[in-house]
Design a protein around this ligand. Structure first.
Ligand SMILES: [Ca+2]
Ligand SMILES: [Ca+2]
Length: 77
């Protein structure tokens, strides 16, 4: 429960920081992150075919999910 709260707070912080830098990327990430865990799974990325097709090249740490930082590389292009 505590861990979940911290995760939520960190996510909120990241999203609010992102929205200051670039609202559209943070908004897009949130829309794709259907289960709100702060990462885009392969199936979540399928909603964006261009992202899905290059999912592995953007997944720099190879954990099979995209963090906001990894998504930012895609979204800022
Ligand atoms: Ca997710
Ligand atoms: Ca990753």
């Amino acid at each position: 429960m505590t861990r979940l709260t911290i995760t939520s707070l960190v996510s909120c912080f990241l999203f609010s920081t992102m929205s200051l830098a670039s609202g559209s990327i943070g908004e897009k990430f949130k829309q794709l992150d259907r289960n709100d865990d702060g990462y885009l799974s392969r199936s979540e990325s399928a909603r964006d075919p261009a992202l899905w097709s290059r999912f592995q090249s953007y997944d720099k740490d190879k954990d099979n999910k995209l963090s906001l930082a990894e998504f930012e590389v895609y979204a800022s292009k």
